[in-house]
Every structure is written in C-alpha cells, then in structure tokens.
Design a protein around this ligand. Sequence first.
Ligand code: ZN
Length: 151
Amino acid sequence: MSLESNELRDLYQEVILDHNRRPRNFGALADANRTAVGHNPLCGDRLQVFLHVAGDRVQDISFQGSGCAISTASASLMTEALKGKTVAEAHALFESFHGLVTRGEGDPGALGKLAVLSGVREFPIRVKCATLAWHTLEAALEQQEQPVSTE
Ligand code: ZN
C-alpha cells in the first residue's frame, strides 16, 4: 500500500471518529413529517431517522439512537449530505452510496465526505452498519405523506 493511501485511510478514519464523537443533526426533529426506525441485529445498532419533507425537498433531517462508530458516523454524514436535497437526489445518493460500500462501484469523488466509509466494503459485517441509516431513510421516504387539503 502506498503512503498516499495510508494517509487517505487515516484521514477517513479521523472523519469517522469525529462524527461518532460529535454526531451532527442528532436528536428528534420537532416538525418531522416522516420517520422510521432501523435496527441492525448483527451489531446491535438502532436508530431513528426524522425527516421534514416539504414539496419534493428534504427541508430538515435528523437522527437519534445508539450503535457502533460506523453506524453513528454514517447516519451523521448522511444527514449532512441530504439536508436541502430533493427526494429524487436523496434516492440517487442512496444508490451511489450503496454501490460504493457494497460493490466498490461508482465515483467516490461524487459522494463527497460520504466516501470516507468506502473502506467498509472490506468488512461485509460492517456494510450493514454503514447502510443502516440509509435503509431507514428509504423506509421513511416511502411513507405516504399526510394528506393535505385546502378544500
Ligand atoms: Zn454497527
């Protein structure tokens, strides 16, 4: 392994540890209109994702729960990446992220900070930890919106 990839790996590790220590967008979202709970029994990770979707946009997003460093960091990074994105962009990012961590596909550069989790591909059991927040997100997005009527 070259020096550069060792340095890159250290940098990735640092970002993961930082997001685990200080998870971003952590806690329940007061005005959430979609939420879902996810559980990864293989590791014991449990988390809940909260979304405030308005029109076709993720206006706000948060999560809470407890789990290993990978699951917490992944959820934290996901909330950062998705805030303000459209629902279509959120689905596309899920597909890209999933392809990267399960099959090493895609362009890590297009994933921004989420690429720090690309290393989990070498540890199949950790892939479940890294994708838990995303599967929970998909479940929350699939919920029907509360019917809104002005008539
Ligand atoms: Zn885990």
